[in-house]
Design a protein. Structure first.
Ligand code: TXE
Length: 487
């Protein structure tokens, strides 16, 4: 069993004071690594260390912050194969995809390193010519960064680099299901010379997370995970008047018009739901297909879904691994049972791939799904596609927007006017046209509605990790009337 009993607090790897816990490899279903839980005293030490480090870090020139961030990016890139294998042991996602996502994390570090010395304010032309006014964007302070298990380092790279670039310090808590790669990154942060306290990592589950978000000395929370946890975190943030960004799930509509590039749309729909075994926040889990090509698309997707190679996620040839952990696997099977009970037509899959052992669920396609049914309204976060027909643009927009979520959406059409006018009407933070599940360090991502608030990536993310200060300067030697508001 691998020993990951340490956490990063104030520049040192130290064991947590709470009980031990293990991570179970979802392919073998054997425990493979052991960790320690941070209790309230560890959380307190980590937050205090981050608070002490803040003044030094915020005054460090952007160029130096960038140098350290780039050094960390280089170290992660050097170790990408090892880190990808570690993530695959933790969450069962195919190693090729984990490698790709960690490279994306490297890109995020470099992108935000490039911005660290370019965070500027504005001058404001006031009505009074003799008052000089300018704004500065200042760091917020101690940022609590809580991540989920589907893409540990990649999710963290949406948070930690903009936080550091802006001059904040951080206390990170990875998911209890996927702790190892974040601890590896912590070791790399020490190796490249980050000052003590700038990055801290505490490990554990909900108890540790709850202690962290309720700590009176934190200044900002950024969370990626599920809605129920998000509500508790937002309540905790509200109690302490701490700003909070939430990146939650979705039930994104992938809309295929009859004039779409057919093969490209089928491949996009397939990747949209079955990549990462559907454990992706932007998964295109509702496939809306225009009536004339509906049956043709359903058959093509079902045929391709049956050909997906399930197996050992470490194998380069595997296309889909097991689900990340047993409670989640049970939950996904529960959603499949709900869909069957609600009368959706099962086209393929719908059952575990028991011959493979582990936590495999066959790529599953339900057709003729009622958009008001449980399958269409709840996030499954697994390889389960809900297909439904639509008549025209208005019908597609109505169905797509009839959801409490609003994270992503796709439109497939060779008519660019149609594609863009439909994309404009969808109430989601991320839209794809003739592509799906594409991401870039420069492009902001985040939700509408119950998919959360705040933005990650892009210059928009920096705005989430800074506060605006306005400064006014009187350029005259005039003595003002002290009892009347000056302009
Ligand atoms: O995540 P949780 P869960 C969706 C998906 C999934 C569902 C639930 O539908 O089935 O959410 O996932 C920490 N205070 N997404 O239950 O609990 C926890 O330790 C502070 C979408 O596995 O939200 C972990 O680090 N923190 C999503 C993190 O919250 C707490 C990705 C996320 O765990 C806490 C994952 C508390 N009280 C799931 N309780 C996406 N947006 O991509 C738990 N945590």
């Amino acid at each position: 069993m691998e020993n990951y009993r340490d956490q990063l607090i104030d520049g040192e790897m130290v064991a947590g004071s709470g009980p031990e816990f293990t991570s179970i490899d979802p392919y073998s279903e054997e425990p493979w690594a052991v960790f320690t839980e941070a209790d309230e005293s560890d959380v307190d030490r980590a937050v205090q260390a981050a608070a002490r480090a803040f003044d030094g870090w915020r005054r460090t020139p952007g160029q130096e912050r960038a140098r350290l961030m780039n050094a960390l990016a280089d170290a992660i890139e050097r170790d990408v194969d090892r880190l990808a294998e570690i993530e695959t042991r933790d969450n069962g996602k195919i190693v090729r995809e984990n490698r790709n996502q960690i490279q994306f994390a490297v890109r995020n570090f470099r992108y935000f390193a490039g911005l660290a010395d370019k965070i500027t304010g504005e001058t404001k032309p006031l009505d009074s010519y003799t008052t000089f006014d300018f704004t500065t964007r200042e760091p917020i302070g101690v940022c609590v960064l809580i991540t989920a298990w589907n893409s540990p380092l990649q999710l963290l790279s949406n948070k930690l680099p903009p936080a550091l670039a802006a001059g904040n310090t951080a206390v990170v808590k990875p998911s209890e299901f996927t702790t190892a790669s974040t601890l590896e990154m912590a070791r790399l942060a020490i190796e490249v010379g980050f000052p003590p306290g700038v990055i801290n990592v505490v490990t554990g589950a909900g108890r540790t997370g709850a202690a962290l978000v309720a700590h009176p000395s934190i200044d900002k929370i950024s969370f990626t995970g599920g809605i129920e946890t998000a509500k508790r975190i937002a309540a905790s943030a509200a109690a302490n008047i701490v700003p909070c960004s939430l990146e939650l799930g979705g039930k994104s509509a992938n809309i295929v018009f009859a004039d779409a590039p057919f093969d490209k749309a089928v491949a996009g729909a397939l990747g949209g739901i079955f990549a990462a075994a559907g454990q992706s926040c932007v998964a295109g889990s509702r496939l809306l297909v225009q009536e004339p090509i509906y049956e043709r698309v359903v058959s093509a997707i079902a045929e391709r879904a049956q050909q997906i190679r399930l197996g050992n996620p470490m194998d380069e040839q595997t296309q889909m691994g097991p689900l990340a952990h047993r409670p989640h696997y049970e939950k996904v099977l529960g959603h499949i049972a709900d869909a069957t009970e609600d009368g959706a037509r099962l086209v393929t899959g719908g059952a575990p791939a028991s011959e493979l052992g582990g936590l495999f669920v066959r790529p599953t396609v339900f057709a003729d799904v009622d958009n008001l049914s449980r399958l269409a309204q709840n996030e499954v976060f697994g390889p389960v596609l809900a297909v439904m027909p639509f008549t025209d643009e208005d019908d597609a927009i109505r169905i797509a927007n009839d959801s409490r979520f609003g994270l992503a959406g796709g439109v497939w059409s060779n008519d660019i006017t149609r594609a863009l006018s439909v994309a404009r009407e969808i109430r989601s933070g991320i839209m794809y046209v003739n592509t799906y599940r594409t991401s870039a360090a420069q492009a902001p991502s985040g939700g509408f509605k119950q998919s959360g608030y705040g933005r990650e990536r892009g210059t928009e993310a920096l705005a989430d990790y800074t506060v605006v200060k306005n400064t006014m300067v009187d350029l005259t030697d005039k003595v003002r009337d002290p009892f009347v508001l000056g302009r």
